[in-house]
Design a protein around this ligand. Structure first.
Ligand code: ZN
Ligand code: FE
Ligand code: FE
Ligand code: ZN
Length: 262
């Protein structure tokens, strides 16, 4: 039984399709459950091409709840929140204002730099990849320890453009897995990386193996930004999960985690 808990909507300004199309697709491909997790309004900058505005958040939640009422498959209502240091209190206030079923914690920014934004690729020039990785994983650890999130989304997103530092990444992976375990977080296994220059699932096999050893639960996500991307290449994710020894995936309701057998 599969579930996709990383699904966007056109409200974020860079995804296509109506919510109902995502739900229909999820039902048609045979998912047992799905979860919407559109981008939470950015708190450190305003950019309508990156997220909805705060004034749209209530309508997003309402529409997603309506999707659950259709009765095709269980639809959970979540959000993908950016971890940006200094905005923790604001994030908490927003999360407290809505009863989300789950909250994905993501790192998309190093300081002001959107390192995963194709429009900001120039930021890689003049930066040392090792320092980028150091900053990125430092933020992921802070996100894990913040107590704000249920899941670390695409935990090694920093590899997206395949600009890798010539260092052993294992020490970072060990820290991320331990921080997830200690703080009761799941990590996302995201097939979005297969659509990106790195052509690899997030996280890498090595990071996933360490998560398995640390008994970190996994959530499965496509990071769909179009209805046709729901459950994108989930067969590859299942192969990876099973080869690493996972037998179940996590689903969420009212911020409680439960497991589906693969
Ligand atoms: Zn997005
Ligand atoms: Fe993301
Ligand atoms: Fe996303
Ligand atoms: Zn994402």
């Amino acid at each position: 039984m599969l579930a996709d808990f990383h699904i966007h909507t056109s409200r974020c300004g860079h995804a296509s399709g109506q919510m109902v199309e995502y739900v229909r697709e999820a039902e048609e491909v045979g998912l047992a459950q799905m979860g919407f997790s559109d981008h939470m309004p950015l708190l450190h900058k305003v950019d309508p091409s990156l997220s909805m505005s705060l004034t749209d958040l209530a309508a997003y939640v309402d529409e997603a709840r309506d999707m659950a009422e259709i009765g095709w498959i269980p639809v959970r209502v979540g959000i993908e929140a950016d971890y940006v240091p200094g905005t923790e209190d604001e994030i908490e206030q927003i999360l407290d204002s809505y009863r989300f079923d789950f909250v994905l914690g993501s790192v998309h920014f190093i300081d002001e730099w959107g390192f995963d934004d194709p429009r900001q690729l120039a930021g890689y020039e003049g930066r040392d990849p090792h320092e980028i990785y150091e900053s990125y994983f430092g933020l992921v650890l802070d996100a894990a320890r913040s107590g704000l999130f249920d899941v670390l989304a695409h935990p090694d997103l920093v590899k997206k453009f395949a600009i890798l530092p010539p260092v052993d990444l294992r020490p970072y992976y060990e820290e991320v897995a331990k921080a997830a375990a200690e703080n009761g977080l799941a990590i996302e296994v995201s097939t979005a990386g297969l659509r990106k220059p790195v052509h690899e699932i997030y996280p890498s096999r090595e990071l996933l193996e360490i998560c398995r050893r640390e008994a970190v639960p996994v959530m499965l996500g496509s990071d769909a930004h179009a209805p046709g991307e729901v459950a994108y290449h989930f067969d590859d994710a299942i192969d990876l999960l099973e080869s690493v020894g996972y037998t179940e995936i996590s689903v969420f309701e009212q911020r409680q985690r439960s497991a589906l057998s693969l």
